[in-house]
Design a protein around this ligand. Structure first.
Ligand code: 8YV
Length: 319
């Protein structure tokens, strides 16, 4: 029996690539260079399954009348790089990799929260530039998270994992917004009935909702104005959830105190303002970047592909 033809758009961890080779007629991306729209279109014509990542824009134009592809096995929990309506219209099944990256992403949100609160990235930059002249009682004073309010936007798996960390490790009070009632937030936490209410109450706001669609610029200028001038915004979800221009303005004018960003509106481009402002810690989309997590994400794609080509329902089908 001929094996299904599968293509990965980027380089994946070696153990996952070995598993893919064993199960499928797979084309890997040794050079790890992003594919162009034309290359993606060609892949949809020549492969049974294409496995994209956040860097592949699988939009309606790319998805117009594909000749061969039956499935898109996204490497990642977020899939706003894929036009799911167009994929559905083309009769494709789309899967993602939830759950396995929950802890890694919450760890990164916590890393950013502490980094911005304690100004560690500023200290490191100063040291690396050879500018440390010695200890002073008032040098790089940050803010203590203990007893402060954490506001979570989007109380799914990652939001709950962040709440758990901040409750247990930092003694923070938790409030959150979610479009749906959340019966069990996992730790003591109050669900508020609007995003505004969370923004007004919080000393730290951490975003854990999906990107794209209605969530584009969910955090806009008007909502940023609701935040305390002492508040810090953390985003490890998707860059398009926050209006970056409005955020930059709020950070420049003291509308809010700081931000920790792992995701950006036009990745990998980052504005000069965000790169240079002292009250912003920027990371290159590292949320799920641990060896263990990336292997688990890859193996989840392998399970989804295997189920699909065995004629079973893939465990993580989103379309
Ligand atoms: C991934 C992520 O590394 O899974 C997600 O949604 O944001 C990241 O952790 C990336 O999206 C891979 O496609």
């Amino acid at each position: 029996m001929t094996k299904p033809r599968v293509i990965c758009t980027r380089k994946w961890p070696e153990s996952v690539e070995a598993e893919l080779r064993a199960r499928f007629d797979v084309t890997l991306n040794e050079a790890d260079e992003a594919m162009s729209a034309d290359e993606l279109r060609l892949a949809l014509d020549e492969y049974d399954a294409v496995c994209p990542t956040v860097t592949d824009k699988v939009d309606a134009a790319v998805l117009a009348n594909p000749k061969r592809v039956k499935m898109l096995g996204q490497f990642g929990v977020g899939f706003n790089n894929i036009d799911t309506e167009a994929a559905k219209a083309a009769g494709l099944v789309v899967t993602n990799t939830p759950a396995v990256l929950t802890d890694a992403t919450a760890d990164m949100a916590l890393t950013l929260l502490l980094n911005v609160a304690r100004r560690t990235y500023e200290g490191e930059t100063m040291l690396r530039a050879g500018e440390w002249t010695g200890w002073r009682p008032t040098q790089l004073m940050g803010t203590s998270p203990q007893g402060k309010v954490l506001g979570i936007i989007g109380m799914g798996r990652i939001g709950k994992a962040m709440a758990k960390r901040c409750h247990h490790a930092l003694d923070m009070e938790i409030v959150f917004y979610d479009a749906f009632p959340v019966e069990d937030p996992g730790v003591p936490a109050r669900q508020l009935d609007s995003i505004e209410a969370v923004l007004e109450a919080a000393d730290f706001v951490s975003i854990h909702t999906t990107g794209g669609g209605d969530n584009i610029h969910l955090i806009n200028a008007a909502r940023l104005e609701r935040m305390k001038p002492t508040a810090i915004l953390i985003n490890t979800a998707r860059g398009d959830i926050v209006d970056e221009a409005a955020l930059t303005e709020a950070l420049k004018t003291g509308g809010i105190a700081g931000a920790g960003l792992d995701v950006f509106e036009r990745e990998p481009a980052i504005t000069a303002a965000l790169r240079t402002m002292k009250n912003v810690c920027v990371l290159p989309h590292l949320g799920s970047a641990t060896r263990e997590t990336r292997v688990a994400m890859g193996m989840t794609v392998v399970e989804n592909l295997t189920a699909f080509f065995d004629g079973r329902e893939p465990p993580n089908r989103v379309v």
